[in-house]
Design a protein around this ligand. Structure first.
Ligand code: NAD
Ligand code: MN
Length: 364
């Protein structure tokens, strides 16, 4: 029996609702398994912690979670604290501290979901967006001078390093190679951003030579938004810089039906540090504390967490339970046009998992 050590960090807003729901799903899974268990440790970092201590997480916080097998995260974002403080003080501190340089965002239209693209068949939209997660436009380099004066100036400098681009390209090509279509689209903007993005393109060509069986093409980021809508079936694996992929993946999530469904993994592919899994949505101030949050994005993140641990059978079982639940429109939350609550959706997924217990011999 393996015991996986999981850090749960609900953070703010609906993170406090969906992370406990994700933990319940993992507990239901473990109850039905003879081969693995989970040991959870919860960390109360976020906006409330900031109000008490003046920081989003303690200075030595990373040390408290360094030894975990994975992290399940909710959201950082509080109505009364500026967003750059909550984001940089918690989520980015973990992503950058643990060099989780690959942000992976699968997108599919799940059964029962009424997606907005009427000409798109569910099987036409099956993407994984790989977001460079450690540098680029969000490197944090920049500053402000002459604050408050008419000559005030400010910069956010985008930094791409050869090592950083090579490792994300290699990760994306490898991921594309592992998927049935072996198809990669490299998103660029080297027409307007004529230094770093030109290097990005050059490195894509270099790394592609290591993967002769992967078909790949290049698309400008603005054109790619139209392609996602007009020709979704021509895309499979997509790699883009931090900012470009941030925007494209919210579009992808919307095209798949709701921001409330979409998952992500902040991965350290070298496994030097724990990886962190989270729904892509934020704190959702408009619905927080009401029990209306869709927990599916968190459950799908739990699937990615299980895959990362190598528990592929368990991951498949959770995904099947989630798809059975989305297929039933009476279990849709308000973002999907339904009336179900977070608790009802969670209970339905847990009930399916407890029913579908597998013998230990079947486990990974
Ligand atoms: P948001 O994702 O919180 O909300 C956007 C809209 O989608 C809202 O109408 C919300 O109700 C809805 N929505 C989102 N998730 C939902 C769910 N699970 N179920 C049902 N409806 C859902 O984005 P925002 O409004 O831009 O940001 C709010 C706060 O969250 C900000 O402070 C922002 O910085 C933060 N944020 C954090 C993260 C993160 O920690 N990863 C990501 C995005 C936003
Ligand atoms: Mn985003």
């Amino acid at each position: 029996m393996i015991t996986y050590r999981i850090a749960t960090i609900p953070g703010d807003g609906i993170g406090k609702e969906v992370v406990p729901a994700g933990q319940q799903v993992l507990e239901a899974l473990a109850k039905a398994s003879k081969s693995f268990a989970f040991e959870f440790e919860n960390f109360d970092w976020g906006g409330d912690y900031y109000r008490k201590h003046g920081v989003m997480m303690p200075a030595d916080g990373l040390d408290a979670i360094r030894g975990k097998d994975a992290i399940l995260f909710g959201s950082a974002g509080d109505p009364d604290i500026p967003d750059h403080i909550t984001l940089w003080g918690l989520r980015l501190k973990i992503c950058q501290g643990f060099d989780q340089y690959a942000n992976v965002r699968p997108t599919r239209i799940l059964p029962g979901i009424d997606a907005p693209l009427k000409r798109c068949k569910p099987e036409d939209l099956n993407w994984v967006i790989v977001r460079e997660n450690s540098e680029g436009e969000y490197s944090g380099v920049g500053g402000r001078v002459h604050q408050g004066h008419p000559i005030e100036a400010a910069t956010d400098v985008s930094i791409l390093t050869r090592a950083g681009v090579e490792r994300i390209m290699r990760f994306a090509f490898r991921l594309a190679q592992s998927r049935p279509r072996k198809l990669l689209t490299v998103i660029t903007k080297s027409n307007a951003q004529r230094h770093a993005m030109v290097m990005w393109d050059e490195i894509a060509v270099e790394i592609s030579k290591e993967f002769p069986d992967v078909k790949w093409d290049k698309e400008l980021v603005d054109a790619s938004t139209a392609r996602m809508i007009n020709r979704p079936a021509t895309l499979d694996t997509i790699v883009a810089t931090n900012l470009h992929a941030d925007i494209l993946s919210d579009l992808a999530a919307a095209l798949a039906g709701s921001l409330g469904i979409a998952p992500t993994g902040n991965i350290d592919p070298e496994r030097r540090f724990p990886s962190m899994f989270e729904p892509i949505h934020g704190s959702a101030f408009d619905i927080m504390g009401k029990g209306l949050a869709n927990p599916v994005g968190t459950f799908w993140s739990v699937v990615m967490l299980l895959e990362h641990l190598g528990e592929f059978d368990a991951a498949t079982r959770v995904m099947q339970a989630v798809e059975a639940v989305t297929a039933d429109t009476s279990l849709h939350t308000r973002d999907l046009g339904g009336t179900a609550t977070t608790a009802q959706v969670t209970a339905a997924v847990c009930a399916l998992l407890e029913k579908s217990a597998v013998p230990a011999a079947n486990a990974a």
